[in-house]
Design a protein around this ligand. Structure first.
Ligand SMILES: [Zn+2]
Length: 579
């Protein structure tokens, strides 16, 4: 009953408009406003009517038809939990049409208010007035964010005060005209929706590494998707340089670019914000030629409990190591349970310790130690005589540093034991880092040694475990354990009797699998540290697969560079791709 009554009132308004009788219209308007007990709305509507009577008329008519209902119906279709969060009872309830909506094909007269150039969906999705994060809309006219959208909400008030009428819901990308509150379904708005939440088809993802086609930003600049600058938000180069490197890791990118891959992870902002960034970074229809990692930085700050904070000069290696670990954990990974992170980056070192005090001299203890990145020690800096510092740049080669894993060099332990290392498992992407900073008594000392290396085809064969390396530890096992191992390696455990034969059989199996493993790597990213520990800055060199081009990326500044320059800087973190 009540609803019918209201509809009649609405009819009165429309009729009045059709007659062009402003007074009658106002009267009807008043009546309606009174019934809604909202005088503010009444005044505002009046002003509007005087300014643009024709537009309002068109709009009013529309309000009576099916279109109105689309918004309402959409609300009803939302999952119950979400509907609860919608702090709104759409005013369209008052104008419920008797017919079901037939189509959404209509034109909103305010579409040309939209200003794409000022739109920036990289900002944190908070209402500019309440700082609330629930149900936030972006005004597509001025770009500001407001909670809304019903009467009394910041979005609604903004619409009345400013006559900015186009709003996009930042979570579900529905676009509304306010204060009238009807949803706009118009294909020409697809680019805006795509900028807010870019999506990629399987084909598009495949093409990321194959075709390099430039896109056109709204400011006239061209950009290559996947090679974007990052806004430096108060000294966030420690994050930018690492993320720019990690974005070149294809399986990592391909995992995060598809939301479906981690949809079940509902409680990690870090995972979701990184995913959003990955999508924006590769969006060929982006409005800008750079992105601002506001949201990721906020998620990092929260997740790390302010260990990594905007405005603080953090250590990129510390950050990277924390970041990968946090992502692994948030994706449900543990020491035993793998995730995309461990699948891509986790390798293993075998440590062989001998001459252990208090144990038989010949005894060897073997341990497999997993790693996400290999930390290499740089040779000690030479002591300089006065005045010679500037001219001399200490250098070393990467292979020298990797000799640590040749199985012959040992590391003397504090207790006097000797430890030998071999790489027992090579990851798909090997992250190598260098110990550049050592904490002294008064300050942190930086080792500025330049690490020389090839860029393509780094061969790790010398440092990987050899079939014969298994013999000694296998000899320490009993027959049942050897049988189990052989079975696991798909050998035949019933073929042998003697222990020595079992050992040999296991080694033969290992040889077969080791032979198949590729041991050559190509450099794809190099994070550099310049200057002193705290005052210094970071940038990265990154290799873009699609056009086979190296880029020098320092926050917003991105330029092509030559491979020869990539390996002659003070490298801090390198990412290598296994062939
Ligand atoms: Zn606005």
């Amino acid at each position: 009953m009540a609803e019918e009554k209201k509809e009649t009132k609405n009819d009165e308004i429309v009729e009045a408009e059709e007659k062009g009788d402003e007074k009658a219209e106002e009267k009807a308007e008043e009546k309606k406003a009174e019934s809604e007990e909202n005088t503010e709305v009444k005044q505002e509507v009046k002003v509007e009517v005087k300014e643009e009577p024709i537009k309002v008329k068109v709009e009013r008519k529309r309000r009576r038809d099916d279109v109105l209902e689309t918004a309402l119906l959409d609300d009803d279709q939302l999952p119950p939990l979400k509907r609860k969060f919608e702090d709104e009872t759409p005013p369209v309830k008052f104008f419920r049409a008797s017919k079901m909506p037939s189509s959404a094909g209509y034109e909103c007269p305010f579409l040309d208010q939209i200003n794409r150039r000022i739109l920036d969906f990289d900002n944190r999705k908070l209402c500019s007035e309440t700082m609330g994060s629930l149900n936030v809309y972006a005004c597509l006219v001025c770009g500001k964010y407001f909670q809304g959208r019903t009467r009394g909400t910041p979005a609604y008030s903004h619409a009345l005060k400013s006559s900015h009428k186009m709003y996009i819901h930042l979570a579900d990308s529905r676009i509304f005209c306010l204060p009238e509150d009807y949803e706009i379904k118009d294909a020409t708005l697809g680019d805006i929706k795509h900028n807010l939440h870019p999506t990629f088809t399987g084909e598009e993802i495949k093409n990321l590494d194959v075709t390099a086609s430039y896109s056109h930003a709204l400011d006239g600049n061209d950009f290559l998707p996947g090679v974007l600058g990052f806004n430096d938000i108060a000294d966030s180069h420690w994050c930018n340089s690492v993320v720019q490197g990690l974005l070149k890791v294809q399986p990592l990118r391909n995992f995060f670019i598809k939301k479906e891959n981690y949809e079940k992870v509902t409680d990690s902002e870090l995972v979701h914000k990184f995913g959003e960034l990955v999508r924006k970074y590769h969006n060929p229809r982006g409005f800008k030629n750079h992105i601002s990692p506001h949201e990721l930085l906020q998620a990092v700050l929260d997740r790390s409990q302010k260990r990594f904070e905007v405005g603080k000069n953090c250590d990129p290696l510390d950050f990277m190591s924390w970041f990968l670990h946090a992502l692994h954990e948030d994706l449900g990974g543990s020491k035993k349970k793998g995730t995309i992170i461990s699948d891509v980056f986790q390798g293993q070192v075998r440590a062989d310790t001998t001459e252990i005090p208090g144990k038989p001299f010949q005894l060897h203890e073997y341990k497999h130690i997993p790693f996400m990145h290999l930390l290499l020690d740089l040779p000690e800096m030479p002591l300089f005589k006065d005045g010679h510092q500037e001219k001399f740049i200490p250098q070393c080669s990467l292979t020298d540093l990797l000799n640590k894993f040749d199985g012959n060099k040992f590391e003397a332990q504090k207790d006097g034991a000797k430890r030998f290392f071999r790489l027992s498992k090579l990851p798909k992407y090997l992250i190598v880092s260098f110990r550049r900073f050592t904490e002294g008594v008064f300050s942190v000392e930086k080792n500025t040694t330049i690490v020389n290396c090839v860029i393509k085809g780094l061969d790790l064969n010398l440092y990987t475990i050899k079939p014969e390396d298994y013999r000694a530890p296998l000899n320490q096992l009993e027959v049942p354990a050897l049988k189990a191992k052989l079975k696991k390696l798909k050998g035949n455990p019933n073929k042998h009797v003697e222990k020595g034969d079992f050992v040999q059989a296991v080694i033969d199996c290992k040889r077969k699998t080791l032979r198949k493993k590729k041991k050559k790597f190509d450099l794809i990213a190099n994070v550099i540290h310049y200057g002193h520990y705290k005052q210094g800055t970071n940038k990265s060199f990154a290799f873009n697969q699609a056009n086979q081009q190296w880029y020098d990326m320092h926050d917003l500044h991105v330029e092509e560079t030559i491979p020869q320059l990539v390996s002659v800087a003070e490298s801090y973190i390198q990412i290598w791709k296994r062939r």
